[in-house]
Design a protein around this ligand. Sequence first.
Ligand SMILES: C[S@@+](CC[C@H](N)C(=O)[O-])C[C@H]1O[C@@H](n2cnc3c(N)ncnc32)[C@H](O)[C@@H]1O
Length: 236
Amino acid sequence: MAQLTGTQRGAYVQAMFARIAHRYDLINRLMTFGQDQAWRKRAIALTELPPGGRLLDLGTGTGDIALTALGAVPRLRQVVGGDFTLEMMRVGRRRNQGQHIRWSATDALNLPFPDATFDAITSGYLMRNVGDLDRAWSEQLRILKPGGRVVCLDTTPPPQNLLTPFIRFHMQTVIPTLGRLIAGASEAYTYLPDSTVRFLTAEALAERMQRAGFEAVRFERHMFGTMAIHSGRRPG
Ligand SMILES: C[S@@+](CC[C@H](N)C(=O)[O-])C[C@H]1O[C@@H](n2cnc3c(N)ncnc32)[C@H](O)[C@@H]1O
């Protein structure tokens, strides 16, 4: 299914996340050995959000990055968590009651916000899933304020080295087994490694961001090269 594109990919991804929403956070913690929260913190640091700023966390899921931002940046004016899978946001809203996250039914390919609205946009494990990558970047560029920053955390095809057999075992055996045992959904957790190896390399993704119009684009790798955090800025 990782080869689907366009609206077919969107429909597949939405149904998949609706199925695993109730177990999503737990499996994340287990398969990353608890490291995922550290990368979310790093993503927020890279936004350079000013106090009083406005953040959109796109593909927010259960809202982990939005929540991290509320804890890390003082006096944010607004934190919007946008996603097109309502079940994921329902789980997040239940867990994060009392937190000032504005949950928004949002398709990354058609963002329901006016131009130049946000000081920063984050996304965690979203961009690998969208049906039209260029459209998703151009929508984010449009709703960022000039000078605003975009930060994208996602899995990335790992480099070939001595660790390759261990990484392959983790991705192709451990992760689908966790998905089957904990969420009863091994297919969703086969999609994760499949879509990762099919995704653009970190270098190619940075190039696509530049082509979309972002400047100061850079990326850093984490977890033996299997995760990347890309960042860029809207010119102006
Ligand atoms: C892997 S989850 C990530 C959740 C969260 N960002 C995190 O860091 O754990 C990916 C989320 O992206 C959402 N998503 C995928 N494609 C989307 C699209 N085109 N528009 C909006 N949300 C999308 C899914 O519904 C899902 O909740």
